[in-house]
Design a binder for this molecule. Structure first.
Ligand SMILES: [Zn+2]
Length: 523
């Protein structure tokens, strides 16, 4: 359930304070950074003919020598691979034993892992929120996600977040979204699923297109909250207004001509939506045939709170509205009853989780019920995601590590989520959750050329035989070297090919100063 905008100024009681501010970095840290920068250059790839390949052209690029994990149905691995790309599409795959095909451009990927573009289907753009964390742990208190979840506090916070986008100007929203989404693209995420953000849908979709990455953009429905113990709900937003926003979202962005953006209306969850709102979501999702998303059965305390008001469980509410379908993306689903568990499998609901984020906030989503690991063992395509927060908390490398280590531990067996399965939770399964698995999610002939190259030739990789395992266990988002989406390199040797990173950040900083002045906080 962990979501964005956990800022102390907005909801002081629930904030977890960790980390350090840039201003607190010591001189020694800065000089270390320079050393790292110099080291990084030794891993740089030479991009032959450095001009961009036009994705619409018939030119071909050969990415040669990478250690390829395809994330396809057979878990195909090729230690010394080549992948041929024409325009935006993968047209051939082979190994060094096969004849090298003719090509216009060559990228030498020796010493790199070659992975499919990573897919993060559950994320919240939240970088407008001010960050007041301190560098020590003295102020830490349990968050609203800890100890089973404070449903009233979370309802108030999420209701507030759902209105933040309306208070931003479009320019502010774009500047904030560009920086926020860049941190994901830089980390190897080529497709994001917005499950409700503190930003405008139009700003986020525009930023995605400008950056060149894929996005299912959303508008977060949240029209009620459940105050403690009253047995009633409190209306906090206009249901019809949020319904109108969904229609506009779909009309503006569904199957957008850029080929990068689609719509995904969402609701916060069973404790944030009236029956009228769930009914509207069902009608719209079915009418326009779009994927749609929610947090579903994410917290231990949610069931009792929802049953006290609606007389039925969170999952039953969604089922009764016809919302359990194979177009639903359901996040953090760890607290289903046995009958509900079977029903989720039978209806083909896309289950997603954020295993690297739970520990940060004190949620026990992986280990308490073991249900997410059980879904995986039962063959369900459980996807992995980062969730959102007010600062960069990791990309898909860290999320997939959470899946690999977390499920193996919780299930007491190292076959619960081996590395190639963990990779699929962060690629193919995420593509399915976003309704895009026909075109992205794995490196296969006929799919879009969304690729990630990861530095994998340093001391960590000398002794192991399984470089993906080494990357998941010892790597980080920062090890991502280069990223391609639809045949175009968007990141080369850690740098954007379209933007100056410092300028992106300066634009972000300027935008948040004016935006924060008028956003306010939850009452
Ligand atoms: Zn979330």
């Amino acid at each position: 359930m962990s979501c964005a905008c956990l800022t102390p100024s907005w909801l002081e009681k629930v904030m977890l304070s960790i980390g350090a501010k840039d201003s607190e970095l010591s001189n020694s840290t800065l000089s270390q950074s320079n050393t790292l920068e110099q080291h990084k250059n030794t891993t740089d790839i030479k991009f032959e003919n450095d001009s961009e390949l036009n994705p619409l052209s018939n030119q071909t690029t050969l990415v040669q020598g990478g250690f390829l994990y395809t994330a396809d149905a057979n878990n195909t691995v090729i230690a010394d691979s080549w992948v041929l790309i024409k325009g935006s599409e993968i047209i051939a795959i082979g190994s060094s034993d096969d004849p090298i095909p003719e090509h216009d451009k060559l990228v030498d990927a020796k010493g790199k892992l070659l992975l499919p573009g990573l897919i993060n289907p559950h994320w919240h753009e939240s970088f407008v929120a001010p960050c007041h964390e301190s560098a020590d742990d003295s102020g830490i208190k349990p968050t609203a996600y800890s100890n089973g979840g404070d449903i009233a506090a979370l309802g108030a916070m999420f209701g507030f977040i759902s209105g933040v986008g309306q208070k931003l100007t479009l320019d502010e929203g774009i500047a904030i979204a560009r920086w926020s989404m860049w941190t994901q693209l830089r980390s190897g995420t080529t497709a994001l699923g917005d499950v409700g953000s503190a930003n405008k849908a139009d700003a986020m979709a525009t930023a995605a297109i400008e950056l060149g990455m894929r996005l299912r953009v959303s508008r977060w429905g949240s029209d009620i909250m459940l105050p403690d113990g009253t047995g009633n709900y409190k209306t906090i937003a206009d249901t019809q207004e949020q319904t109108n926003d969904w229609v506009a979202l779909i009309e503006n962005w569904h199957e957008h001509s850029s080929g990068l953006v689609g719509a995904m209306p969402s609701v916060m969850g069973a404790f944030g939506s009236s029956d009228a709102q769930l009914l509207s979501l069902a009608e719209i999702a079915h009418k326009f045939n779009v994927p749609y998303a929610t947090h579903l059965a994410p917290l231990k305390n949610e069931r009792a709170a929802v049953e006290a008001v609606f007389g039925k469980s969170p999952i039953q509410r969604f089922d009764d509205m016809g919302l359990l379908t194979d177009r639903l993306l359901a996040v953090h689903t760890a607290y289903a009853s046995e009958a509900e568990y079977q029903r989720l499998i039978a209806t083909g609901v896309n289950i997603c989780h954020s295993p690297a984020h739970y520990g940060m906030l004190g949620e026990r989503t992986v280990s308490e019920t073991g249900q997410l690991g059980r879904f995986l063992k039962d063959g369900v395509w459980v996807s992995t995601s980062t969730d959102g927060d007010i600062s960069f908390i990791g990309g898909m490398c860290e999320a997939m590590r959470g899946a690999h280590l977390g499920h193996n531990e919780a299930q007491n067996c190292n076959t619960a989520c081996p590395p190639t399965l963990a990779l699929k939770t962060g690629s193919l399964f995420g593509a399915k959750a976003l309704g895009w698995h026909d075109k992205i999610g794995s490196i296969e002939i006929g799919k879009q050329a969304d690729l990630v190259l990861v530095n994998a030739d340093d001391y960590r990789y000398k002794l192991g035989n399984h470089p993906l395992r080494t990357y998941l266990v010892t790597g980080s988002s920062h090890d991502v070297n280069s990223v391609m989406v639809a045949g175009e390199w968007l990141v080369k040797n850690g740098r954007s090919t379209r933007f100056d990173e410092a300028e992106l950040f300066a634009d972000y900083e300027k935008a948040v100063v004016s935006a924060r002045a008028r956003i306010g906080g939850p009452s």
